[in-house]
Design a binder for this molecule. Structure first.
Ligand code: XMP
Length: 518
């Protein structure tokens, strides 16, 4: 557990609970999200939060078995902020009254105006009159709990901002954590200032603490780490190497489905630049032979996943005596999310980069990034001196080019695809667009079309270009390149890559499309 001042977010199942944590981390506050049904008196005592936030949630306090916090939370003597359902809970638990929504649910943008009395939580608010907020609720507060007063109202929510200032209990009907509440970060900043957080959650501090923890966990044991070349596993490897030096060995499995120059870049960086012991397992023949004649997307994925585990295990065994497996698991992968289907059960998302291996090989996991969000991993990478070009790299999927080569994979097609993809990415970089795009790549389509080059007829492959904007890869929009960029890129590819005579740009969003082709 972290040594920092800690804020506890009790999750009642809102879709945006993670955003509360992100906003707080941006304010240099260490916080953890825990589902309401895992938070009891003993947990509260051991967690010892400096402040507590109740998230929103889809339930109604009237529902049978409605999610509730333990009553003792109100006796901790620390500031509490209730958001949306969290506000209703506070009123319900502390002696106020909540009314059932009578079909007048309020969703979306609303404007809150101040009342006469000033509130420490609202410092910097209402300077330009009303504040825009984002509402999403069915039930509403009808009578305040003793000690609470109103500090902000909106046309649809007379109790938009309420507080018992003496106890530092705050309850708001809207969501301060979302983008559509522009003053939300200021409000959360005031809350943590009131709670007395010192803002000690910095990447420098995290790095030192993580190194100490890795040393404590591992002792003089050996650690193996599967390196994909992606940001997460790379940052984990460099951090662990700082902690325990050559007790760490990295295994980089080259499945023959990497991009142009990728294997060399990874090997050079880790072996030459960082001097990290690295096994470069060039298993491309094995993978490509196993994939011959296979065109079904799921079969391809299964073959690659299965072989990956076999190969990793083979090379990890070579290290001899390893007791730990390092993984770049991130915080979103370990947050237990609240599920309301079939009662207040808990769904735990598990994350296995090398599925099943730890159990099979009797290895313990070392996961030094499990408290971090992706943007924090990038910040830690910078702190560790990883090159910017590496840190800002677009995501690249485990099955690699296999899922960018719909239909049968051949060595010829892969060679064509590598060249075309490199030119496309070069174009994007030359035009200064790389960082504005979440992910960009080329895919070789399983279709040949007729063209004419010089005086001759061609009959070559078609190439699809994909570029998307996204926040988390769950939804995405096609990137709006201008036409000059696209035609210049298509011309370069067709001129420089034998085997391609036609280029398409994929304008499908996700949903309904996916980002990758398969
Ligand atoms: P899709 O294609 O599902 O992709 O819209 C969403 C994001 O996930 C990446 N992706 C993968 N990453 N192993 C990975 O490590 C996989 O099997 C895999 N499949 C898709 C994809 O590149 C995109 O960023």
């Amino acid at each position: 557990m972290s040594q920092h001042d800690r804020l506890l977010i009790i999750d009642f199942g809102s879709q945006v609970t993670q955003l509360i944590a992100r906003r707080l981390r941006e304010l240099s506050v260490y916080c953890e999200i825990h589902p309401f049904n895992r938070v009891d008196d003993a947990f509260l005592r051991s967690f010892a939060p400096r402040a507590v936030i109740f998230s929103g949630g889809p339930a109604s306090v009237f529902a049978e078995g409605a999610p509730m916090p333990p009553e003792s939370v109100f006796d901790l003597g620390v500031p509490i902020l209730g958001i949306c359902y969290g506000q209703q809970l506070m009123m319900h638990c502390l002696g106020g009254r909540v009314e059932r929504g009578d079909g007048t649910a309020e969703f979306g943008r609303a404007h809150v105006s101040p009342t006469e009395e000033r509130l420490d939580l609202l410092q910097g608010w209402f300077e330009a009159g009303r504040e825009q907020v984002w509402m999403s609720h069915g039930d509403h507060v009808a009578a305040l709990a003793p000690g609470f007063r109103v500090f902000g109202t909106s046309p649809g929510a007379p109790f938009a901002i309420t507080a018992d200032p003496a106890r530092h209990f705050y309850a708001v009907q809207f969501h301060p954590e979302v983008h559509h509440t522009p003053g939300g970060a200021k409000l959360l900043g005031n809350f943590i200032r009131i709670a007395g957080f010192s803002g000690d959650w910095t990447m420098g501090a995290y790095r030192d603490e993580a190194i100490r923890k890795i040393r404590d966990q591992v002792g003089d044991g050996k650690v193996i780490c599967g390196l994909s070349g992606g940001v997460d596993s790379s940052v984990a490897a460099v951090l662990i190497h700082e902690a325990i030096g050559d007790q760490l060995t990295c295994v980089f499995v080259d499945h023959g489905l990497l991009r142009q120059g990728e294997a060399e870049q990874v090997v050079t960086m880790f072996r030459d630049h960082y001097n990290i012991p690295l096994i470069h397992a060039d298993e491309s023949e094995l993978f490509l032979t196993a994939l011959e004649g296979v065109s079904d997307p799921e079969r391809k994925r299964k073959i690659i996943g299965g072989l990956f585990i076999d190969v990793f295990q083979k090379h990890a065994t070579e290290v001899g005596g390893a007791r730990f497996l390092a993984q770049g698991t991130l915080y979103p992968d370990v947050i237990e999310s609240v599920s309301f289907s079939g009662g207040p059960s808990v769904t735990i998302k598990s994350h296995h980069n090398v599925g099943g291996l730890p159990e099979k090989m009797g290895l313990k996991l070392v996961e030094p990034l499990r408290e971090l969000f992706k943007d924090e991993v990038r910040a830690l990478g910078r702190e560790l001196g990883l090159p910017e070009a590496f840190i800002a790299r677009h995501p690249f999927p485990g099955p690699g080019l296999a899922i960018r080569c719909p239909g049968e994979i051949t060595r010829d097609k892969l060679a064509i695809l590598r060249k075309a993809d490199a030119i496309y990415i070069d174009q994007i970089r030359r035009h200064g667009l790389y960082n504005a795009i979440w992910q960009a790549f080329a895919a070789i389509l399983p279709v040949r079309t007729v063209g004419v080059m010089g005086d001759g007829r061609t009959y070559d492959y078609a190439l699809a270009l994909r570029a998307v904007t996204s926040v988390d890869g769950m939804t995405a929009d096609s990137y709006p390149f201008d036409h000059d960029f696209l035609s210049e890129t298509a011309t370069r590819i067709i001129n420089e890559v034998p085997g391609i005579n036609r280029v398409f740009y994929d304008v499908t969003s996700k949903p309904p499309g996916t980002i990758e082709m398969e």
